[in-house]
Write a protein that binds this ligand. Structure first.
Ligand SMILES: Cc1ncc(COP(=O)(O)O)c(C=O)c1O
Length: 482
């Protein structure tokens, strides 16, 4: 895991998504300067956006601190950035931001399943972040500030688009950390991914049938079925969804950064291909970016939405980054859907607490959200490393996949052994799910590259219980057949 980009400077940094080619012409410094300049020139990084300190960006990218310092200095000299003592390096303010619309057709390269009530000593079911790590103090401080500063109108009926403070903070954050191309006008706040799906389909903004990945969250499929939407399984292989097999549907739901639950990113060619498909069919891609912040290697997997903001709906929430109890999420919409989604929401905000929205805006603006994500990334990565090490020691014949990102991994099992492995785990006091729980009922065997497997969530067990949980898990795995 030498390529990991989680580093000791976690606490002081902030995230910056960059698509760059370190071996490009002119070496690393030139490549980094180009990538930063592009991000500013295209308007992805808005005027005033604060860039990460040298040390944290250098550690994230695996380059010398001077490389970052030189790139920043060059861009300051060119007028793209400003550097001021005490306020760090920021994107320069311009009277006329160059937020030019991309040319048409331009491709920019750049709940868990329903669970039985289980009495288990060790809960390794995927789905929730570490509840003990909710940033209580930071949330309280943000809530207090938000309340103190809120004008009286905040306590009246809320704008269904969401508070402008939050939409502005999200636009800056999603552009900076996820590479999204957005502005507050195309963001609609909601109470999470599930709510976004309800608004889009029960609200008749979009119509079925909807293509979905052959493995996915049953809860979301059920929600769609309840809304009268037929879902059609899309085959999966090691490069993600086989988007070339999209049929007559005009909408597809994908987890491009981290296929849920099998774990790989959607291949670059397929990212481009699915956007081309949507353009050709006048269709739309729904991007479920449920755990995009938690990547442990240096390969940037930004939002697919950046390829074409008019063809992709980027949907995210704080359910993995903070807690699913907060119930706050967002949609970054193609302009043509904004009115319909607002109409589906109704005349006033009925879902996402306006005060929580203001608190989240403050959390993001104050840097506390970045600090929390970076701290959690480090913690989850350590957990992931312990899982991988335990398997290498006690069950080296079991292949583990999907470990470059997220809060869960998939242990691949010999064909036909999944059910007995889940039972054996139960006997060992370990609660977890087999892959079968996530399989679309209409998926054929040929639709999936992985058949038997265990989905192991590593975020929730307490620090003290984690070692014993791993031991119990390894004890439940099928023996090496060789
Ligand atoms: C695949 C997937 N999508 C989306 C979400 C987020 O759902 P929500 O925002 O409704 O809590 C989750 C769970 O956190 C998930 O596992």
């Amino acid at each position: 895991m030498a390529d990991s980009w989680v580093n000791s400077a976690e606490r002081i940094g902030s995230d910056l998504h960059l698509e760059w080619e370190p071996s490009g012409p002119g070496g690393r410094r030139a490549a980094l300067t180009r990538a930063l300049r592009d991000a500013v020139r295209t308007g992805r990084l808005a005027p005033g956006t604060r860039l990460p300190p040298y040390r944290s960006l250098a550690a994230d990218l695996g380059v010398a601190r001077n490389t970052v310092a030189d790139a920043y200095a060059e861009l300051v000299a060119e007028g793209w950035l400003t550097a001021r003592q005490g306020s760090g390096t920021r994107v320069a303010e311009r009277t006329e931001p160059p937020r030019t619309a991309p040319p048409r057709n331009a491709v920019h390269r750049t709940h868990p399943p329903r669970r039985p009530a289980v009495r288990a000593r060790y809960d390794l079911r995927q789905g929730t972040p570490d509840a003990s790590a909710f940033p209580r103090a930071a949330w309280l401080a943000s809530y207090r500030r938000a309340l103190q500063q809120a004008p009286d109108e905040v306590f009246g009926p809320g704008d269904p688009a969401g508070r402008i403070e939050l939409r502005t903070a999200l636009a800056e954050y999603l552009a900076r950390a996820r590479g999204a191309r957005t502005d507050p006008g195309r963001i609609v706040v909601c109470s999470g991914f599930a709510h976004a799906l309800r608004l889009l389909f029960a609200g008749r903004v979009l119509r079925g049938p909807l293509a979905v990945e052959a493995y996915g969250l049953p809860f979301h499929r059920e929600l769609l079925t309840t809304a009268g939407v037929r879902t059609v399984p899309l085959p999966l292989d090691e490069h993600g969804a086989r988007v070339e097999e999209l049929g007559r549907e005009r909408a597809v739901l994908l987890t491009p950064a981290h296929q849920f639950p099998t774990g790989g990113p959607l291949h670059a060619e397929r990212r481009a291909a699915v956007v081309d498909w949507a353009r050709a069919r006048d269709g739309v891609v729904l991007e479920d970016d449920y755990d995009g912040e938690f990547r442990y290697d240096r390969k940037p997997v930004g939002a697919l939405q950046s390829l074409d903001p008019e063809r992709v709906i980027l949907i995210g929430s704080v359910s993995k980054s903070l807690s699913p109890a907060v119930r706050l999420g967002w949609m970054v919409l193609p302009q043509r859907y904004v009115g319909d989604v607002l109409a589906a929401k109704g005349e006033r905000e009925a879902w996402a607490s306006v005060l929580d929205q203001l608190a989240l805006a403050d959390l993001i603006d104050s840097g506390s959200y970045d600090r929390h994500v970076r701290r959690m990334r480090q913690r989850y990565r350590r957990r992931r490393d312990r899982l991988v090490a335990a398997l290498a020691e006690h069950a080296p014949h079991i292949e583990v996949s999907g470990v470059a990102a997220g809060l869960h991994a998939v242990l691949r099992l010999p064909p036909g052994s999944e059910r007995s492995a889940v039972k054996a785990a139960t006997w060992q006091g370990v609660a977890l799910d087999g892959l079968a729980e996530y399989r679309h009922p209409a998926a054929r065997d040929a639709d999936m590259a992985v058949h038997d497997g265990l989905v192991v969530g590593y975020a929730t067990p307490s620090e003290g219980a984690y070692g014993a949980a791993l031991e119990a898990l390894c004890g439940a795995l099928p023996p090496d057949p060789g």
